[in-house]
Design a protein around this ligand. Structure first.
Ligand code: ADP
Length: 374
């Protein structure tokens, strides 16, 4: 979901100085009109004309009524703004509370703490002013990303999502600039939610192996931007998600003032996931008793383990027909029976829980020590 298309490290603008790489931050001409192309000086190597059409379009969307880019974006390279706009920004992530099983406590906290303030900033001032940083922590695959997306959806906010490890691994030496661009574009797109997955890899208290200059600068830049997030009347919310909350240092914890534990799904929530996925595809025909057996057999499974289990179980009816000799080329969908308990029993042999009991203990300890409980 972080929108990165390739795994290859990017070294943008370092070696390839193409048209866009030569860009010099735009300068207003005297008495320029409202449009971008009219509004920027046409210096030989640094004009809006030198930019590709797609880049120019992205910039145009961010220009204020005065025809200027906001100050925060003035010294940001256009290619980074374009990357943020195209790959990291999502106008409608299309997840709603109703798509998320269980987690009632987290949904309630987040609604009060985040969604209402984003919808009604005028009411949430003074004593009611919300913290600007939210940490979602817990085992992998429990719905942290879904919650981030749902917040943006419910609060009608623009959603920006990036994995912190991509900042350190793919944007080698450029992470700091990208972070500045990210917060800059988000502040032009308010209300906005910035979701940083694996935030521990950015704000870890451990010195990363040979923590060199660039990763130190990246961390500093990020902390500065986080600090700025809470100031003024900005409707900008930062959400960090992590499976390794123990790695966060004191500075990170302070800035992420609300810290919500996102635990493994309850039996009820697991049943909801199974039912929801099968009903959506018209494959649901399990009895209450079957459902109870499935829930009993999936203690300790995460939401994402459950979704994998349903996928595997739903292959049962298909495999059965193929084993009986049906040709896949002429198989009709209505020939397939619904998914049954035995499909789940088979699937349980292959899909195992991805989180161990001992790991759960660590989350619970951290929650007791640092989690927000109201
Ligand atoms: P995380 O960010 O906590 O690692 P995600 O939010 O990316 O996990 O969830 C991964 C997938 O697992 C989701 O796309 C969804 O299919 C399933 N899933 C996880 N938790 C839930 C939940 N509470 N309700 C419904 N589906 C869930």
């Amino acid at each position: 979901y972080n929108g990165q298309r390739s795994n290859a490290p990017k070294s943008l603008g370092m070696s390839r100085r193409g048209v866009r790489g030569n860009f010099i931050p735009p300068v207003r001409t005297n008495g320029g009109g409202g449009s971008m192309s009219a509004g920027y000086a046409t210096a030989p190597r640094g004009s809006a004309e030198g930019l590709e059409e797609s880049t120019r379009k992205c910039l145009e969307l961010l220009v204020g009524p005065d025809g200027e880019l906001p100050d925060k974006l003035k010294n940001v390279e256009p290619r980074l703004i374009e990357h943020i706009s195209n790959e990291i920004m999502d106008q409608d992530p299309n997840v709603r509370w109703d798509d998320i099983a269980g987690l009632e406590h987290a949904k309630k906290c987040v609604t009060e703490m985040v969604i209402w303030p984003l919808l009604r900033p005028d009411i949430f001032q003074g004593c009611r002013s919300p913290g600007k940083g939210l940490l979602l922590f817990g085992p992998p695959g429990t719905g942290k990303t879904m919650i981030g997306k749902a917040i943006a959806g419910e609060a009608k906010a623009t959603f920006f999502s990036i994995s912190a490890s991509s900042l350190t691994s793919k944007w080698i030496g450029e992470g700091e600039k990208l972070v500045r661009a990210l917060f800059g574009v988000a502040s032009c797109r308010q209300p906005a939610v910035i979701f940083i997955d694996e935030i521990d890899s950015l704000l870890s208290q451990r010195k990363s192996d040979g923590e060199h200059e660039s990763s130190r600068r990246l961390k500093t830049q990020f902390l500065i931007e986080m600090e700025g997030c809470g100031s003024g009347n900005d409707q900008l919310l930062l959400i960090g998600a992590t499976n390794r909350p123990q790695e966060l240092d004191e500075a990170a914890r302070r800035r992420l003032s609300k810290r919500l534990y996102i635990p493994l799904p309850s039996a009820e929530a697991r049943a909801w996931i199974v039912r929801n996925l099968l009903v959506k595809d018209g494959l649901f025909a399990l009895s209450e008793d079957d459902m109870r057996k499935i829930c009993d057999g999936t203690e300790g499974y995460s939401g994402s383990d459950m979704s994998n289990l349903v996928k595997e179980a739903s292959m049962g009816p298909l495999r059965e027909l193929l084993v009986q000799g049906t040709d896949i080329n002429i198989l009709r969908k209505d020939q397939m029976r619904p998914v049954m308990l035995k499909d789940f029993q088979d699937a349980l042999l292959h899909v195992k829980p991805s989180v161990s009991q001992s790991e759960l203990g660590l989350y619970e300890d951290w929650n007791r020590q640092f989690g927000s409980h109201s």
